[in-house]
Design a protein around this ligand. Structure first.
Ligand code: SF4
Length: 165
């Protein structure tokens, strides 16, 4: 990575509580790596940007995978069977648009998410190999996507008495 390089990052990896259950996946190792590289970090949560609330029911790609969703051939559904395909696609398209706007050719995304997963995602309620919908669309748009597990490392220590310690 070059200094000042703009990068899109799953917002939950940066500590934003935007997961379906209202928690985050803050990843201190990634934060340190991006700081050390001097990257310009742009947090982005495709599910929220696509119009879904937090918290929200867990969702997964229905049968095959993100490529079929991107091609309009299958759905993303919640555990209750609600169709959230439009929201997932809207968020993914906005991620592509955001990368174009900020000039990002690289994104760091949360593994195992039906949106952000890069190598692993949820299909039919199971964890399987393959990307989520946002990772698929970013890849198609030429953005290099890197999967990050999340929740690695510990927060930097602060002197006793410092606010937030
Ligand atoms: S994995 Fe992606 S969609 Fe899920 S909370 Fe994190 S940023 Fe949002």
């Amino acid at each position: 990575m070059t200094r000042d390089e703009p990068v899109l990052v799953s917002a939950c990896l940066l500590g934003r509580a935007c997961r379906y259950d209202g928690s985050s996946n803050e990843d201190h190792e990634l934060v340190r790596e991006l700081e050390a590289a001097g990257s310009r970090v742009f947090p982005f949560c495709p599910e929220e940007r696509g119009g879904l609330p937090t918290p929200r029911p867990p969702a997964w790609i229905e049968r095959e995978g993100a490529a079929a969703v991107a091609d309009g051939q299958e759905r993303v559904v919640t555990e209750d069977g609600a169709d959230v395909t439009a929201e997932f696609l809207a968020g993914a398209r906005q991620a592509v648009a955001a990368c174009r706007e900020i000039g990002a050719t690289r994104a760091f995304l949360k593994e195992r998410s039906p949106s952000c997963g890069v190598c692993r995602t949820h299909v039919g309620g199971e964890l399987v190999d393959g990307p989520g919908v946002t990772a698929e669309l970013l890849r198609r748009a030429g953005v290099e996507v890197t999967g990050v597990e999340g929740r690695r490392g510990v927060a930097p220590s602060r002197p006793p008495g410092t606010p937030g310690s």
